[in-house]
Ligand binder design. Structure first.
Ligand SMILES: Cc1cc2nc3c(=O)[nH]c(=O)nc-3n(C[C@H](O)[C@H](O)[C@H](O)COP(=O)(O)O)c2cc1C
Length: 196
């Protein structure tokens, strides 16, 4: 008789997986005195690309952003927020964004075929989840940002991406958390159907 356990090559138990998945929470306040090592981020990108991906199009591109690119994005976002919400709100954003320790942008290569485009976006989202879970397992928290600034051509230029050939799926801030907020979810009965 085949033992189900021998067919699984999972190195972790379901309980460990559940704990990891539930424990990853979006964090927006990070320690500013230390930034995670670049090697860890490279490892996170290495595992991110093992996400499921229909037709294995590998549509994702990862841009690790240094101080100059970060500063450009902070300025761009400050200008956008100032124009829409006023100088005080713009300055508050500048101050908050300038404190984010680690910056990574994930883009998706554009596709004309709408089905492929949708599937590629989904694959990129899976890749980001892989990345953030890997970081979380190493004690590094993150926040996925998809605000208006990420849709600007100047943003794409700042991250070294071609706005005619790709679009931003997420700007990911990462670092060691100052606090880990709680997050709520609906009960299973509210989100689940079972049909005979
Ligand atoms: C596609 C996507 C875009 C997001 N964009 C933003 C964003 O622009 N600003 C933000 O505060 N959070 C953003 N988030 C994070 C969500 O707000 C966060 O996941 C949600 O509040 C649930 O919290 P949790 O991740 O701790 O469960 C985004 C998440 C996803 C999946």
């Amino acid at each position: 008789m085949t033992d189900r356990a021998t067919l699984s090559d999972s190195p972790v138990t379901p309980a460990q997986t559940a704990e990891l998945l539930r424990g990853r929470r979006t964090v927006d306040r990070f320690r500013t005195d230390t930034v995670p090592d670049k090697t860890l981020i490279h490892e996170a990108i290495e595992v991110a690309r093992w996400a499921p991906n229909h037709h294995v199009t590998e549509p994702w591109r990862f841009a690790l952003l240094g101080p100059a690119a970060q500063a450009r994005i902070v300025e761009l976002n400050t200008a956008l927020v100032t124009a829409s919400k006023g100088a005080d709100v713009g300055e508050a954003k500048r101050e908050r964004w300038a404190k984010m320790p680690g910056w990574l942008a994930v883009t998706c290569q554009s596709q004309e075929d709408p089905v492929t485009a949708r599937e590629d976006y989904a694959a990129c989202a899976c890749a980001i989840q892989n990345l953030t879970l890997y970081l979380h397992s190493a004690g590094v928290a993150s926040k996925w940002v998809s605000g208006a600034v990420t849709r600007e051509s100047a943003f794409m230029e700042a991250i070294g991406a071609d706005p005619d050939a790709e679009y931003c799926v997420g700007l990911i801030w990462y670092g060691y958390p100052l606090r880990r907020p709680k997050s709520q979810r609906k009960g299973l009965s509210e989100i689940m159907r079972e049909r005979d």
